[in-house]
Design a protein around this ligand. Structure first.
Ligand SMILES: [Fe+2]
Ligand SMILES: [Fe+2]
Length: 209
């Protein structure tokens, strides 16, 4: 498998989680109660899987390889992607803080939970589209098969070093568990957000880390 294909597959898992977050935010806005256990796991997923693992692979391995092949670090798509990762981290921080406050009894923190999570959803959806349609195409042009395969191996190593053995299965299980929430999301949401329907419909969600 090409390294960029592995990242695209991970995007599909992240997009499912973004739709779960959107659904929960809409429910919270309507005054529904929050399932705290689910929400804690969602935050864990976006911190561990989307940021540490997935963005880690891009920042530590793919982008430096692209820069080595003449794609500029400054003033181009790589700089935009790095900046968006940072923005995303800011939203995750606000979301985590608001969630802790909410757990401590501050019911007003729900407004920050909703706004931070929707900011994150909007940012990441656009970010993923840019990577799938612009950045990875640039990478595929710049990196030959041998280089892609080296990057792929480095991704496997990063997984073990950054998130540890066994996390793959844990995230895999988490997405499956959250299907309970996602199952109520209309089919149109998949199409609107270009989520690969087959990816989710199968019994197993194919995540690589
Ligand atoms: Fe990214
Ligand atoms: Fe990405």
């Amino acid at each position: 498998m090409k390294a960029t294909q592995q990242l695209k597959d991970e995007h599909e898992g992240i997009k499912i989680m973004l739709s779960i977050m959107e659904k929960i935010s809409n429910d919270l806005e309507k005054g529904k109660d929050m399932n705290m256990e689910h929400y804690a796991k969602i935050i864990e997923f976006i911190k561990g899987f989307a940021d540490k693992c997935h963005h880690g692979k891009e920042e530590d391995i793919l982008f430096p390889a692209m820069i080595n092949h003449g794609i500029p670090k400054e003033g181009g798509p790589i700089a935009v992607m790095l900046n968006e990762h940072q923005l995303g981290r800011g939203y995750i921080k606000s979301l985590s803080r608001a969630f802790e406050e909410f757990k401590d009894g501050n019911k007003l923190a729900i407004n920050n939970i909703i706004s931070s999570s929707m900011n994150y959803v909007e940012l990441l959806r656009n970010h993923i589209e840019k990577e799938n349609n612009v950045l990875f195409m640039l990478a595929d042009k710049a990196l030959n098969e041998t280089e892609q395969s080296k990057i792929f191996d480095a991704f496997e190593k990063l997984e073990v070093e950054k998130i540890g053995i066994g996390k793959h299965e844990e995230y895999h299980h988490l997405l499956k568990e959250l299907k309970k929430v996602f199952i109520y999301i209309k089919k149109e949401v998949y199409y609107e957000n270009k989520i690969d329907f087959n990816y989710f419909i199968g019994n197993d969600v194919c995540l690589t880390c």
